[in-house]
Design a protein around this ligand. Structure first.
Ligand code: SF4
Length: 491
């Protein structure tokens, strides 16, 4: 087998040798990236475009012809001593394509890796370390190594300023003193793994999601029963220890294992098939509701590249709200909604419409309310005229997540989650399953696509689906509270 190890495959191999073996020997088993992973890749490409603007004399290597042509073109460009984008070199069956190689002094280069993240992570050192290994092995003199990533302190004012959007972190010492030294051995191990007749069984673990979600999870984790110990709420360590001892099912966790209160409730529910109900805590929560009650939910989108003036990278921008107003306990809810239109900053229209429908008294009920309040405060930082009003909303807000996060109510079918998506079906029978847009990530991506890109032929349909989705979030909350009242009455 003529094996060539790229940087991406090297990182795959660092994550798991079994994954690496499959990439070379059973590529059909590898699932294509899902929409949310693809969206992260797209952000990376966009950030890369802004990074290139910092090097106006830079030239990109043409990799469209063949692998060898790409190597040859790189060498020709390096001889010109200009910044080179995607310069590819090979060394001992390894090859790397640096985002940017910048000439320094007479004959050296700085290696710059561009990422859409906001800080350096361990995987970035491996990434740059591998490139350093290849480039220096191929005879290139590397002076400094940099990670160029997003500066989240940047606030847009007019056109995007790449000098302020991006920051350079000098990682030279780490890369030269540690990573480049261990890479030679790592690479030798990886070639052995790839050439082996079959993979060595590594066993599942934290590495399956770290640093990336592995595309073989469905295959490797399939031995677990549906009701596995991994359903334990916010407990990642114990399930690993349990499966090592052969305990796979939630209901089979031995009584000798000391569990925290919530996990114990889960195991008890699993064994008796009944929900756990704590009437005192439910009653305490219900007693905090004041009528008229305003059930409120936002959808947001964000981008590494700030969308409008006075916004920062990755700032979540509210493009949609749904509010259901229940005037008296048990009365029919009235619905109000907003879905931004056009490509200008939608915050002023969002805030104006929301203020119009929220009234001045009564509870404001949100699910995971800290998110909604955080969004409103960020908006009021820029639209100062809403500051006092946002403070008044903060005083009125209550969090419907609270009784579920506290396990005042827990149903085994929540599968160890307190999210609205899990709680709504068990209490009301309603579900997001058949909705074309049925989660916040999809809502955000689809809104962005039909609003800010040319891929928008289905715009009217998507806007309708968005209205249905956000509307279900708040109507669902109304139904959940109604069910809590019923439970309370029945007990
Ligand atoms: S799912 Fe886990 S064990 Fe399986 S290949 Fe991926 S990282 Fe390795």
């Amino acid at each position: 087998m003529n094996i060539r190890l790229s940087k991406t495959k090297y990182l795959n191999g660092m994550q798991c040798k079994k994954l690496l073996w499959h990439i070379y020997n059973m590529p059909d088993a590898i699932l294509a990236p899902d929409a949310s992973t693809q969206a992260i890749f797209d952000q990376g490409h966009l950030v890369g475009k802004y990074a290139k603007k910092l090097f106006p004399e830079g030239i990109e290597v043409d990799h469209t012809k063949s692998f060898d042509e790409g190597l040859k073109s790189t060498i020709q460009l390096l001889l010109k001593r200009v910044p080179v984008f995607e310069g590819a070199l090979a060394y001992k069956n390894c090859y790397a394509r640096a985002d940017i190689l910048e000439p320094v002094g007479k004959n050296a280069w700085d290696l710059i890796e561009v990422k859409s993240s906001t800080e350096a992570k361990d995987v970035n050192y491996n990434d740059i370390g591998f490139q350093y290994h290849v480039y220096t092995g191929a005879g290139l003199k590397i002076d400094k190594c940099y990670l160029m990533c997003i500066d989240n302190n940047y606030v847009r004012n007019g056109d995007i300023d790449p000098n302020k959007l991006l920051k350079k972190i000098d990682v030279t010492d780490d890369v030269k003193t540690f990573y480049s030294k261990i890479i030679e051995d790592d690479v030798a191990e990886m070639f052995k793994s790839i050439e082996a007749k079959t993979y060595a069984e590594t066993g599942i673990g934290k590495h399956c999601n770290d640093p990336y979600d592995c595309p073989l999870i469905n295959k490797c984790w399939s031995f677990l029963p549906e009701r596995s110990v991994f359903l334990l709420y916010k407990n990642k360590k114990l399930p690993m220890a349990l499966i090592k001892d052969g305990v796979l099912k939630l209901a089979e966790i031995p009584e000798t294992i000391v569990l925290n209160e919530k996990n114990q409730i889960q195991v008890d529910c699993e064994k008796n098939g009944e929900p756990h109900i704590d009437p005192v805590r439910i009653n305490d929560f219900l007693n905090t509701i004041r009528y008229p009650a305003y059930y409120m939910d936002f959808e947001t989108c964000g981008s590494a590249i700030p969308m409008f003036d006075n916004t920062s990278p990755y700032q979540q921008m509210p493009f949609q709200f749904s509010v259901h107003v229940v005037k008296k306990q048990g009365s029919k809810p009235e619905h109000y909604s907003f879905l931004a239109d056009g490509t200008n900053d939608f915050r002023p229209a969002f805030m104006a419409k929301l203020k119009e429908v929220m009234g001045t008294k009564g509870s404001v009920i949100a699910y995971n309310a800290g998110f909604e309040i955080g969004i409103l405060k960020k908006c009021a930082d820029v639209l100062q005229e809403y500051k006092t009003w946002v403070e008044s909303i903060e005083e009125r807000i209550i969090d419907l997540l609270q009784p579920f996060r506290n396990f005042a109510y827990y149903h085994p079918k929540q599968n160890g989650s307190c999210s609205l998506k899990k709680v709504l079906p068990v209490l009301t029978g309603k579900s997001y399953d058949d909705m074309e847009i049925g989660d916040g990530g999809t809502a955000s991506r689809e809104y962005f696509r039909v609003t800010f890109t040319d891929d928008n032929k289905d715009r009217a349909k998507i806007r309708k689906l968005l209205e249905e989705y956000c509307g279900l979030d708040t109507l669902g909350m109304v139904d959940i509270v109604d069910q809590l009242y019923l439970l309370n009455k029945d007990i």
